[in-house]
Design a protein around this ligand. Sequence first.
Ligand code: GDP
Ligand code: MG
Length: 598
Amino acid sequence: ERQKHIRNFSIVAHIDHGKSTIADRILELTDSVAPRDMQAQLLDNMDLERERGITIKLNAVELHYHAKDDQTYIFHLIDTPGHVDFSYEVSRSLAACEGAVLVVDAAQGVEAQTLANVYLAIDNDLEILPVINKIDLPSADPDKVKKEIEDMIGIDASEAVLTSAKVGTGIPELLERIVTDVPAPTGDLTAPLKALIFDSVYDSYRGVVLSIRVVDGVVKPGDQIKLMSHGHEYEVTEVGVMSPKAVQRDYLMAGDVGYLTASIKSVQETDVGDTITSAETPADKPLPGYRKIQPMVYSGMYPVDNAKYNDLRESLEKLRLNDAALEFEPETSQALGFGFRCGFLGLLHMDVIQERLEREFNLDLIMTAPSVDYHIEMTDGTEKVIDNPAQLPDPSLIKEIREPYVKAEIMVPNDYVGAVMELAQRKRGEFVTMDYLDTYRVNVIYQLPLSEIIYDFFDDLKSSTRGYASLDYEISDYRASDLIKMDILLNGEPVDALSFIVHRDFAADRGRLIVSKLKEVIPRQQFEVPIQAAIGNKVVSRATIKAYRKNVLAKCYGGDITRKRKLLEKQKAGKKRMKAVGNVEIPQEAFMTVLKLN
Ligand code: GDP
Ligand code: MG
């Protein structure tokens, strides 16, 4: 029957090891794309992704492959994003597959993201098909890489497929191996419908388009469906597959990967990881692994030009149509004026949103330092939740401040366990447990304050483990901590958008570091600007930005007019992301110094 001829798989790889190029070759060899539609790296949709080399949106394409056994197979190639902010989405898209093609660069060997992704694939019980790519490179050493895969990942690599995606070598063999090695789906066609949502995008004509993997049963237009997390019901309007353009089908059945529309108005209703079932004959329990996604970090977003406030709101509304994890609400800052408090999954997500607003919507923005949310118990017994340090009530009214803690799972080769523990300890971590997964891999679990994680933990983790550690975390609870607010004063005036919340033990150090950083990043003005860091009335650190005297143009001796013009243009461009606070011009970087203190 049909399921026997379906193969659902993802390609996982460290960045630049050749995932997109291999996907392109597979697409070519399966004649899925007319040559004139072929463009390099078809799966990477957005410009931004292409430039950053990260894949943000998930994608699934259906391909038809005529194999050596003279049968035609249906391949669903499911693309995954590649960053820890999106690790939940990666794991959900892997959950839609039976197999993962693991691509490792023949010259570079196993690297950080290779491990992180392969661990997620192993967690989802996928068959791993190792591929050693770039064998055309003079520095390629496939045997060494095979051994690395065996030692570090613990899977048999003796049969790894050797490819050069650049030249096309090995791709035909890879296609055969997908047929023979990746298991066919084994869903129950007659059982009640169960389908996994692994992505959702908003389309202005059809409403939300869900990417789904049907696990059991059948779904077709006209069916009444129910989303199991919140029980809302919808009528299916269309089902189909991406091939790679949308192609309508009469139905999707167990084993299929495709899309579904049901006049759903917003992606906020359709959580990735949720289970679709039939409203009339619902499944008794949802698919495992669902997690409600929620913002982890918050930042204020302000237009440089106050007149652009409405444009910013409209742009955020547009982005939210396609981004269930983005939250925002209006806020005002004494220093920055009218803006929005936005919630993000993590710092990468925040960067991506900021960049899209600036690039696609042509806005110049100032963003304030990211913060987590704090639960505050007041002395009068009431509770407050704040996600903006400037809103922290007067300390005399506070009984207790609780901050979010996460359970962080760090998978790492055992040589680096010491380095990981040292780092976690330094970040106020509490050791929970450590498991040897095999002779090589260790899973280290810590309870850590989320605020320490979002700042620079991931970068520090990567540098202290040569990039070999993977990190996954989930909020566990809120715990009381000895936290205080640090105010930053410029010219004697507190700048609300620069204040931050910090653990008392680290406060004095952070205050000093911030002041010295701010001194570097705030340009000289016409007058002297004192900078102070203060806890309440107590100044813990101070510095002064000297006034600047010289005329900038004086540097261009003589009359080189083009050079003068260039200099002025450069200054103007530099000004773009500056905001006048009182009479001091503050550049965007100043608000992010709190992130860059190491
Ligand atoms: P991704 O980040 O894993 O999607 O990697 P890409 O597919 O974008 O490839 C990264 C770089 O490696 C690109 O410049 C590719 O042209 C190059 N590349 C991919 N496959 C091969 C290969 O087999 N041989 C060589 N020499 N270069 C390759
Ligand atoms: Mg790519």
